[in-house]
Design a protein. Structure first.
Length: 328
């Protein structure tokens, strides 16, 4: 599977920066400043992209691996969102509402071995990123079938570079630009408002079809960094349109009915995340097997296992893990 183009471009920036080792870190030479500005922009886009991938529950969770000849990127994440509790009437309107909660925890790693950069061949750069996301809002039931769900969320992420020097050139780079061009870290905070429109329809006696269109904005800022050259101020969007079919099976486990589910979605990328992944659309096709009709006001409605196939024009992979849903 191919690694997104921009990630390879970013990993190639460090060898270019080595050309300026003879100059002071804050050199005024226009060529040096242009290179450092490019480094800041490209790293900022990468950090923002990975923070969203790690911390946004709307993007498919699980394990992904992007491979190139000398680079790898792996993402592991777990999260979900849904309504909690019974719908409550909105006084004087005839409408009902239910709280919506969501969250996500993600971890990713990337590695670059400089095999196509003779200047730094023999060294290795590793990147790690952690993210935690949380969102809250409401689902407003306009009818028994139609509803809207405005939410607001936050994603906190930390990304760090770990440069492993094994050659004289690598050692020199690390000595001169430690914490700035190599071995740096950056913490970010993303503000994530979203809104969705949802339609539900019963199919025969045991089926439920759910159609959802959700639009999400991401506004990302750096809140702490070790580098003089990493400043992040980015904006991204993700518009997902999905169809989900849930079927209650004539089988039971511990007196609870089993359900199977199938879903398909197309997510349209915009802003920095489109550049970061070098892709316009992410397609997802998945299935699940769950234990359903769990009772209790604050209990999930279904719990089980799910698997999905994720595809874009620059990467593909499998996602799997727990499938948890809440319903009014």
């Amino acid at each position: 599977m191919k690694i997104p183009k921009i990630l390879v471009m970013i990993l190639h920036l460090v060898p270019a920066a080595l050309l300026f080792l003879v100059l002071p870190v804050r050199a005024a030479d226009p060529a040096v400043q242009a290179q450092l500005d490019n480094f800041s922009r490209m790293v900022g886009t990468r950090v923002e992209t990975v923070a969203i991938l790690d911390g946004e529950d709307g993007l498919s969770g699980g394990f992904f691996n992007f491979d190139a000849n000398d680079s790898t990127l792996s993402i592991t994440k777990f999260g979900g969102r849904g309504t909690v509790g019974e719908p409550r009437p909105i006084a004087g309107t005839g409408l009902k509402w239910a709280p919506v909660l969501g969250g996500c925890i993600g971890y990713s790693t990337a590695r670059y071995n400089f095999t196509d950069s003779p200047l730094l061949a023999g060294n290795e750069d590793r990147y790690t990123s952690y993210a935690v996301g949380f969102e809250a809002g409401a689902r407003i039931l306009l009818t028994d079938s139609f509803s809207i769900g405005p939410t607001f969320g936050l994603i906190y992420s930390q990304t760090a570079s770990s440069f492993h020097a094994a050659t004289p050139a690598g050692i020199e780079l690390q000595l001169r630009y430690d914490k700035h061009l190599v071995d740096w870290y950056v913490d970010t905070l993303s503000f994530v408002p979203s809104v969705d429109i949802q339609y539900k329809k019963s199919l025969m006696e045991n089926g439920m079809l759910t159609l959802t269109s959700r639009y999400t904005w991401f506004r990302t800022r750096d809140v702490a960094t070790s580098s003089d050259y990493i400043r992040i101020s980015g904006s991204s969007t993700y518009w997902e349109n999905s169809a989900d079919l849930d079927v209650r099976l004539p089988l039971r486990l511990a007196d609870f009915p089993l359900h199977t589910g199938y879903f398909v979605s197309a997510g349209i990328l915009g802003g920095d995340i489109r550049e970061g992944l070098n892709s316009n659309v992410i397609y997802t096709l998945g299935a699940r097997l769950t234990v359903g009709d769990l009772k209790g006001r604050w209990m999930p409605d279904q719990v089980g296992l799910g698997i999905s196939y994720v595809k874009s024009n620059t990467f593909s992979g499998l996602s799997w893990g727990l499938s948890i849903s809440f319903a009014p």
